[in-house]
Write a protein that binds this ligand. Structure first.
Ligand SMILES: [Zn+2]
Length: 257
């Protein structure tokens, strides 16, 4: 099994949907491949974060009735005897109609969820990326307050060159930089601190929209996040600093040269 095969099967592996032979093949690959093991760890963390924090919504009242009405089935459940008789007939077209209606509804719902939750899902990844760096004490791959060291190091590992500013005079000294993996791609993590608080600033090129986005804030699980887009790059600053100080940080970074 090579990396491409392993990574293609990783979702099924994490969701325990694979056959035993595939599971064993991936087990073997993960034991010997640090890169895939890292991706596996990231996806497992994301999966549990989503499971813990995703919002669930019950289907609206009457949805089942509307589907039944659309495909021409009696709204009221028929008595058991009559159901047995009806489904005993080889009336597969009705089953197909029901299946198609349910599938169409599911697709519409799923698409809406993706559109609504795209930024939210990235926010979840940002939060777990920050938490992971703090909990595992893996804040920096290159630990220096010298931006002239951090920037070339990150540029050599990534397909873009993040702007690195030293904001020590504004009260946010640079601690270093790190590679992270968010939104399905490697990203730059710039690490700053204020007093004992760590700030991760995740930076990567925006490919989904070329529109600038003014700063937006959100708070979750004791973390505060400031998100904006500018000049083709997307920025996510996260910390347990209060929102005011984190916005101050974001403004200082955005206006620095
Ligand atoms: Zn691999």
């Amino acid at each position: 099994m090579d990396c491409t095969n392993a990574q293609n099967l990783l979702h099924g592996y994490i969701d325990q949907e694979l056959d035993l032979a595939s599971v064993m093949a991936i087990d073997g690959h993960l034991a010997s491949c640090a890169a895939c093991k890292e991706i596996y760890a990231q996806q497992s963390t994301l999966r549990s974060a989503i499971r813990q924090q995703a919002q669930y919504h019950a289907a609206p009242a009457g949805l089942a009735e509307r589907i039944r009405a659309q495909v021409g089935i009696d709204t009221k459940p028929a008595p058991v005897k009559s159901i047995q008789r009806r489904w005993a007939l080889p009336d597969f077209s009705r089953w197909l109609q029901v299946g198609a209606a349910v599938a169409a509804t599911a697709v519409v719902t799923w698409t809406a969820a993706l559109q609504l939750n795209g930024p939210d899902l990235i926010a979840e990844e940002v939060i777990s990326g920050h938490a992971r760096s703090v909990v595992t004490n893996h804040l920096t791959d290159v630990a220096t307050s010298d931006r002239h060291t951090v920037k070339p190091w990150l540029s050599s590992k990534l397909d873009f060159s993040p702007r690195v500013s030293d904001l020590a005079t504004a009260g946010f000294p640079l601690e270093g930089g790190r590679l992270d993996y968010l939104d399905g791609r490697p990203v730059a993590a710039l690490v700053y601190h204020r007093r004992q608080h760590v700030i991760n600033l995740f930076v990567w090129p925006e490919t989904k929209s070329d529109k600038a986005l003014p700063m937006q804030t959100l708070s979750k699980n004791g973390y505060h996040v400031v998100h904006w887009r500018d000049a083709g790059m997307t920025y996510w600053a996260i910390s347990d600093l209060d929102t005011g100080e984190l916005k101050d940080f974001a403004n200082q970074y955005a206006s620095a040269q």
